[in-house]
Structures are given as C-alpha cells and as structure tokens.
Design a protein around this ligand. Structure first.
Ligand SMILES: *Cc1c(COP(=O)(O)O)cnc(C)c1O
Length: 345
C-alpha cells in the first residue's frame, strides 16, 4: 500500500529514537527565576529552534494545534477578533480559541488571491474597522496544496500590520518546506512575523511536537498559556531529543519530498476527467473531483482497492502528501493508479 494521506505518517528512524536514550532529562514544568524549566534537552531544543529561525525564544508544545492555540490565546483575550484566512487550519481543524466554552474569540476572514497570497486589500479593509487584534496566516498553506507565501507578500503584510499596530502570527507547520521552495533561510520568512509555530512531527520526521517562537517576553507569557491548557510537561526531553535530531538532520531532505511530489504531478498531466492542482510547489498535490463524475470519497475508495491510500481534504479536492519514507517508485506508482482510475471514469 502506498500511503500518501499525510506527512504526519513519518515513522522515527532508529538513530532518531536512540537520541532519547542519552538525552539529559529534568522536570520541564519546574521553572527557575528566569522562567526556564529543568529539562536541559528541552531548553536546548527551544534555543536551537529559535536561533535557527531568528527569534529570541521558543516553547515546546505537544502539537502544532497546541502551538497555534497557545499563540492566539496569548495575543488575545475573550471577545477579541482574530483575522484569519477562510481556509486556515487554525480555524478548520483547531477550535479552542473560537469555542464559546474556551477562548471565546471572534473571527474575521480574508481570502487568498489566485496566486494563493493573502489578499492585502481585504486585510487592510479589516484592519481599518479597528476591531482586529491579531492577524494569522499559514505558510505553506495546507488546504491550498502546500503553496507558499512569498517574501514579497510577507514584506507587504508586515508593513500593513506595522501601520495598524497589529501583531502577526504565522502557522508555519511546514515552514521549512516553504523556505526550501522559496530558496531562502527560514529566518527570512520569520522576520516579518511576531510569532510562528512549526511542526517537528510532519516532514521533519519526529514523532511528537511543535515549537512556538517569538520574543522572550511573548514566550514567557505563552508558557503561562500553555500551562493553562495542560501543556506543561515533565521529562519532555524524550520528545525534544528526536526533534533536535530532526532539526540537525532532516531539513535538507525535504527537497526529496518536493521532487517526488513534482514527479507525480508531471506523470499526471493530461488526465481525462480528474483535475490537478495547477502549480505544485512543495510536498502536497491536490486532485479535483469536481468534473470527474465521482465523489472524492468514492475516488479514494477506488484508489485504496488499487493500493493507494489518500483522503478527501476540502470541497471537491483529494490530497496527496509526500514525506520521508515515500520513494520515487511510490510517487510513480501513485500516478499509475490515478491514471488507471481516470481512464475508467
Ligand atoms: C498539521 C497542521 C497543524 C497542526 O499540527 P498537529 O500537530 O497535527 O496538531 C497546524 N497547521 C497546519 C497548517 C497543519 O498542517
């Protein structure tokens, strides 16, 4: 079975798991006068991650969802309005901040333009209402097929946000995929935002964890929010050690995932009925069943019978994700199966 459901399916390899056995551990929930926990491996991971992306401090979170929610709930208070994209993970798949039982935040929406860049006119119009407390965006953008927000757009967003005095949070679950595609260091993408979250547990291949980064003051506050959410962990070095290993070893190899994704897309040109994402940039490829005469779920069921595991993602789209452990032969096999189904439609 070729399993392209998600890059969260990466299985930690042996050298990665072995880092756990020798990692110095302590109680990360027990804080010193400076607010640092007692687990040296967690501290090393937070410092390494923050330095790598050019931020002052980092905070290990159990998941990307927790990283985003901690960020939003640190920037905002109940009743505040967050400006988000209408297809953002933070809204579609994470609920705490906007749930009337928990965060009690309101949301305002902006759209992405046809280049999958945040629509700056809509953002400025929202800022002008005077109601917006925080702006969020996603890079790469999951539900658009792993598309990247360019440095040029980021500069414009930062300038607008500065004019109106509004902080910006970037959901960089796949930050390094964006950096690799855009050919810039991740720090160049992060300098335009006030806080950023990225995942160790997707393409980077670690089993658990995300890090939220920002200024030292912001991260101190975020640590309180994380505790409120039950996210203060103890010997979390067992999570941090594989994540450190991922940072040290698995960033450049993301290019392979992009190559496999591009190869699959190339082999899918000229399909009869199934639509295909126009510009494939990173490790995600989306197929459109709008005019295929088959529902996304039925298409996925058929693919499964032929040995390919994929899932509907949004509207009429099905998502394929390439990650560590998926080979060029798998990418070609997936394309072959999809072509076969297309021919039968
Ligand atoms: C996966 C993902 C998250 C959340 O990560 P989890 O670790 O699954 O909670 C957040 N944002 C985006 C864009 C994602 O793809």
């Amino acid at each position: 079975m070729i399993d392209l459901r998600s890059d969260t399916l990466t299985i930690p390899d042996k050298p990665m798991l072995e880092t756990i056995l020798t990692a110095p551990l302590g109680d990360d929930g027990r804080l010193d006068a400076e607010g640092r926990g007692e687990d040296p491996t967690v501290n090393k991971l937070e410092d390494t991650a923050a330095a790598l992306i050019g931020k002052e401090a980092g905070l290990l979170c159990a998941s990307g969802t927790m990283g985003n929610q901690v960020a939003v709930l640190t920037w905002c208070r109940p009743g505040d309005t967050v400006l988000i994209n209408d297809r953002q993970h933070l809204d579609r798949s994470e609920k705490t901040a906007f749930d009337p039982r928990f965060g009690q935040l309101r949301k305002a929406m902006y759209r992405l333009d046809d280049q999958f860049q945040p629509d700056l006119t809509e953002i400025e119009a929202a800022f002008k209402t005077g109601n917006i407390k925080l702006l969020c965006f996603e890079n790469t953008h999951n539900y658009s097929g792993g598309t990247c927000i360019t440095v040029a757009t980021l500069k414009e967003i930062a300038a607008l946000a500065k004019t109106y005095g509004i902080p910006v949070h970037m959901d960089g679950a796949r930050l390094f995929n964006a950096a690799i595609y855009l050919g810039v260091p991740a720090s160049e993408l992060c300098r335009y935002v006030d806080s950023v979250q990225f995942c160790f547990s997707k393409g980077l291949g670690a089993p658990i964890g995300s890090v939220l980064c920002g200024t030292r003051d912001f991260i101190q506050e975020a640590k309180q929010t994380r505790k409120l959410m039950g996210g203060a962990m103890r010997q979390a070095g067992v999570i941090a050690a594989p994540a450190l290993y991922a940072l040290e070893h698995n960033i450049p190899r993301l290019q392979e995932d992009h190559d496999h994704c591009a190869r699959c897309a190339q082999l899918l040109q000229g399909l009869k009925k199934i639509g295909i994402q126009k510009k494939v940039e990173t490790n995600i490829l989306m197929l459109d069943m709008k005019d295929a005469g088959i529902t996304p779920q039925a298409f996925c069921d058929r693919a499964r019978e032929k040995g390919l595991l994929i899932r509907p993602i949004i509207d009429t789209w099905v998502r394929l994700v390439f990650y560590k452990g998926i080979t060029a032969a798998d990418a070609e096999g997936a394309a072959r199966i999809i072509r076969e189904i297309d021919a039968e439609l």
